[in-house]
Ligand binder design. Structure first.
Ligand code: FES
Ligand code: FES
Length: 136
């Protein structure tokens, strides 16, 4: 019943997913489970019965970065970085299920991923850019 986040960080040394609120409200601990995202702080590991992808699995360890990561950097979507691992996992998961999202879809897809720094606009722009929708 140990939360998946604790197993990932403390037992497996995968510290990309962040420990934030611990209550399922901030999204810092977001990982992919199968084809959906979950708050790993709330999920008992025994219930993780599909493949788990953390931010470490989004791009090869020696690079290059995933296009979503590149877009976040290019569009100023990264400030303190605390939310970014969860944002990356959520954006990648969103774009896999909908490769051609509009802004409203991106914003809805990032519901639950809290960012205290950026005001979200640059993150949304980055997600749209990663989908090939660079804004003028
Ligand atoms: S640490 Fe899991 S949602 Fe905040
Ligand atoms: S960049 Fe600081 S919380 Fe999002």
């Amino acid at each position: 019943m140990t939360p998946l986040l604790d197993v990932l960080r403390d037992r497996l040394g995968l510290r990309g997913a962040k420990a934030g609120c611990g209550e399922g409200r901030c999204g810092a601990c977001t990982v992919r489970l199968g084809d959906r995202t979950v708050a790993s702080c709330l999920l008992p590991t025994v219930l993780a019965t599909e493949p788990v992808t953390t931010v470490e699995g989004i791009a090869p360890p020696d690079g290059p970065l995933h296009p979503v990561q590149d877009a976040l950097l290019e569009h100023g979507g990264v400030q303190c970085g605390a939310c970014i691992p969860g944002m990356v996992v959520s954006i990648c998961t969103l774009l896999e299920s909908d490769p051609d999202p509009d802004e409203a879809t991106v914003r809805a897809g990032l519901t639950g991923n809290i960012c205290r720094c950026t005001g979200y606009q640059k993150i949304v722009e980055a997600a749209l850019a990663a989908a090939g929708k660079d804004q003028p």
